[in-house]
Design a protein around this ligand. Structure first.
Ligand code: 5GP
Length: 212
């Protein structure tokens, strides 16, 4: 019997965290462009939409009331307060990706990562560090979307986010987006091959060698 390699293991939850401005969204976009087997879980948030963002693609932008209702309905795998707004991973988004036979990329903060680890101990957690705090500030300013006050708050928040780096399975420094993408991709490829993840492989190997 021929078993497609795609079903030889179950989908994995691949978490990318970093302070905002460390290049995580760029890396996430580049990863998905180079790997068909990976799809982003689009989160819901109460923060206002930024210029260039698309509802349903970058986030599902919802009101506080709606978010509250979704929490009450148990629609989230995890959710957290970030910069005074709420962000959450939707169960149905994650299921949609897993059911399509792909792995799930989650761009969430340390609070969400902690919660997700409780739900599924098999998640893979990757933390991306900026080369320095000065470089992080430069990148935040280069985006030109936030006021000085917001940038200062993001820098404070970045230091708090970075303090959780040791809770992750892998930690990288983003000196160069393409190099960083390649390393993250290598991690993903290696994790996919982990023996413990290849649950369907038992049947496959049994067919090859019988019960020994
Ligand atoms: P931004 O507003 O810049 O898009 O995202 C701010 C922060 O919220 C980022 O660190 C991002 O990883 C985090 N975030 C985005 N979606 C989620 C989510 O669904 N859950 C959690 N816990 N954090 C999220």
């Amino acid at each position: 019997m021929e078993i497609a390699s795609a079903i030889l293991r179950r989908g994995l939850l691949f978490v990318l965290s970093s302070p905002s401005g460390a290049g995580k969204s760029t890396i996430a976009r580049m990863l998905m462009a180079t790997d068909d087997g990976l799809a982003l879980s689009v989160s819901a948030t109460t923060r206002p939409i930024r210029p260039g963002e698309v509802d349903g693609k970058d986030y599902y932008f919802v009101s506080d009331e709606k978010f509250e209702e979704m929490v009450a309905n148990g629609e989230f795998l995890e959710w957290a307060h970030v910069f005074g707004h709420r962000y959450g991973t939707l169960k149905r988004e994650v299921l949609k990706v897993i059911e399509s036979g792909r792995d799930v990329l989650l761009d969430i903060d340390w609070q969400g990562t902690q919660q997700l680890k409780q739900v599924d101990p098999d998640i893979v957690r990757v933390f991306i560090l900026p080369p320095s705090m000065a470089e992080l500030e430069r990148r935040l300013r280069a985006r030109g979307t936030d006021s000085d006050e917001v940038i200062q708050r993001r820098m404070d928040r970045a230091a708090a986010e970075i303090s959780h780096w040791a809770e992750y399975d892998y930690v990288l420094i983003n000196n160069d987006a393409e190099k960083c993408r390649e390393l993250v991709h290598n991690i993903l490829k290696a994790e996919r091959l982990k023996a413990t993840r290849r649950v369907f492989l038992h049947d496959f190997v049994r067919e090859m060698i019988g019960d020994r």
